[in-house]
Write a new protein. Structure first.
Length: 150
């Protein structure tokens, strides 16, 4: 599996960051490229919670929570990952860092298409995934800054 990691220090308490991350069905509030998000089923928090999202590029996908550490982090698998990616796992971890919160996001994935998939990954997919990760961190930071200004 390939693994990409991005991190940022957000000027907010860990409690405030966790409140936003734990609202699994509302990622569209802060992730700039998620145009819609809704929970699937009755579960709203914890392992097994599912959501369906629509990306700005038009494709839809689902995610299911596989790890839940109250106040510290969340991990989930992407079901029906965008082609040519397969087996996509993502995690978000938080911890106090001075007067802010360090947020670390990690995406692990494999590619279809053998050698062609590896070339696509090297030339394009890594760039796109990393850009999405950075945009998510910026969006999370922006939402929390707006909330603290109110």
């Amino acid at each position: 599996m390939r693994a990409l990691t991005e991190q940022a220090v957000i000027k907010a308490t860990t409690g405030a960051v966790w409140t936003v991350l734990a609202d699994f069905g509302r990622v569209d509030r802060w992730a700039p490229n998620m145009k819609s998000c809704q929970l699937i089923g009755e579960k709203e928090t914890g392992i097994g919670t599912r959501r369906r999202m629509r990306h700005a590029w038009g494709f839809q996908f689902e995610e299911v929570v596989t790890g839940w550490a109250e106040g510290a982090g969340i991990s989930f698998n992407v079901l029906r990952a965008p082609f040519p990616m397969i087996r996509v796992n993502e995690s978000w971890a938080i911890r106090q860092n001075g007067c802010g919160t360090r947020v670390v996001t990690r995406v692990e994935y494999d590619m279809n298409l053998g050698l062609l998939g590896r070339l696509l990954d090297w030339q394009l997919v890594r760039f796109i995934v990393r850009r999405e990760m950075k945009a998510g961190l910026r969006g999370l930071s922006r939402l929390l800054e707006e909330q603290s200004a109110d």
